[in-house]
Design a protein around this ligand. Structure first.
Ligand code: SF4
Ligand code: SF4
Length: 424
């Protein structure tokens, strides 16, 4: 099999096809600390693309409660188990080798594409087709926490002396929400698996699509996408998946007069946890663009981390891990960069705090940003570190450099004029 460079793993890795890259790559950052699991994103997607007959169990966007939830049920447990069984105890990271080409060190274990050879299997990747039962509940285990029960102490307070206090850095009782769409991977498992070559990655933006006229419903994509994001439609007997709302990404919505727009699930997010964009790619590497919010958060500050990078598909969805979740759990999910990410997020500096304000402020894609300095408004200590807040103004621009959004770090306070007390 050919070898491709996977920057998330810090090494070359096997893949079915030769290395090939788009001019720009669709990426997104989800801040898991902010999600309230309102499922507005899920319904935004559902009401746009999957409301027809045969799509009843199709949720291209879902928000699952970790550690017990999953759609389909147990999807990540199962893949992790298969990886472990193919290379017991050896799927580890070497974090001593870190540089720009290997920002999170080197993964020394096997990926889903490398595991079959390790155990003598003649197939492209390890995987499985979920059962019908596993697709039944999009949010199985909703709000179910992991850990010992809270008990009331003699003083009447919860937690107390039973070791279950909820104090940072890690809560003893915890859950968090994991938002999921197709990751429009650089090396998609679905694309590698398809015997009909019906799946392709677009040159202009890296969006991964299934050609509905070529698909014959063999479900190989369902089997070999480790994130289980292609879904089979019983009424048409072919597979479908998230299309990244490509007409919006192309700027075809008349609402914005040609400005490229975020996907529906991003634009609808109530919790302001989502920011989506495009990064430039040249010779297979991301072009350094410090004023692109995606590049800044993912590559420069390494605050946003890939979901299960060890799977080896180089997913283009990135997450700011939840700060109260046990680190070992988060590290298994987001790789070895978790401590570094949370350290920065808990005590953000001026630049990071400014850029975090851009999440879900406009439906238009922010291609670049700049910050106008404001006065210092607050100062405190967080876990022994000094934190200073400045009321800076953050300005987001479209592809042409035109201003599309302007926000301040401190949310403005409006007082309704007294002459209209009962006004709507
Ligand atoms: S997440 Fe799955 S369906 Fe989406 S591109 Fe990656 S492998 Fe394909
Ligand atoms: S809309 Fe935003 S806050 Fe609500 S569930 Fe989706 S990601 Fe979470």
């Amino acid at each position: 099999m050919p070898e491709v460079y996977n920057w998330q793993l810090g090494r070359r890795a096997t893949y079915r096809y030769e290395e090939k890259h788009p001019k720009e790559q669709f990426t997104f950052v989800f801040n898991t600390n902010r999600c309230i699991a309102c499922q507005t994103c899920t319904m935004a997607h559902k009401s746009t693309w999957t409301f027809s007959k045969g799509q009843e169990y199709m949720w291209w966007n879902n928000v699952e409660t970790k550690p017990y939830g999953g759609y389909p049920q147990f999807w990540d447990w199962k893949i992790l188990k298969m990886l472990e069984q193919s290379n017991p105890g050896q799927n580890v990271w070497n974090v001593r080798k870190v540089d720009n080409e290997k920002p999170h060190g080197v993964y020394e274990g096997v990926t889903i594409f490398e595991a079959p050879e390790k155990i003598g299997l003649n197939q492209e990747a390890i995987g499985y087709v979920p059962t019908d039962e596993e697709w039944r509940f999009p949010n199985f285990g909703e709000d179910t926490a992991h850990g010992r029960e809270f008990t009331q102490s003699r003083e009447g307070t919860f937690g107390g002396d039973n070791g279950c206090k909820s104090v940072l850095p890690e809560h003893k009782i915890w859950f968090f929400y994991l938002q999921r769409i197709c990751n429009h991977c650089t090396y998609p498992g679905c694309l590698a698996a398809c015997p009909r070559k019906a799946i392709y990655k677009r040159q202009e933006d890296g969006i991964v699509l299934i050609d509905q006229s070529r698909c014959r419903g063999y479900k190989k994509c369902v089997e070999q996408c480790p994130y289980k994001k292609p879904m089979f439609r019983g009424t048409t007997r072919i597979s479908e998946k998230c299309i990244a709302c490509y007409p919006r990404i192309e700027g075809l919505d008349p609402l914005t007069e040609g400005d490229q727009m975020e996907t529906r699930c991003m634009a609808a997010c109530v919790g302001k946890i989502r920011l989506q964009g495009l990064v430039k790619v040249q010779n297979g590497r991301w072009v350094s663009q410090m004023d692109n919010p995606q590049y800044y958060l993912i590559r420069h500050r390494k605050v946003a981390l890939p979901l299960y990078p060890q799977f080896g598909t180089e997913p283009n969805g990135y997450y700011i891990p939840s700060r109260h979740v046990p680190r070992a759990y988060s590290q298994q999910m987001f790789g070895p960069g978790v401590d570094h990410s949370i350290d920065q997020y808990m005590v953000p500096d001026r630049d990071l705090l400014a850029i975090l304000q851009l999440f879900r402020t406009t439906q238009r894609i922010i291609f670049s940003y700049k910050v106008e300095k404001g006065p210092k408004i607050f100062e405190t200590n967080i876990h022994g570190k000094k934190f200073e807040m400045y009321n800076d103004t953050v300005i987001g621009m479209n592809r042409k450099g035109k201003e599309i959004i302007r926000v301040t770090v401190e949310e403005p306070f409006y007082v309704r004029p007294e002459e209209h007390p009962g006004a709507i």
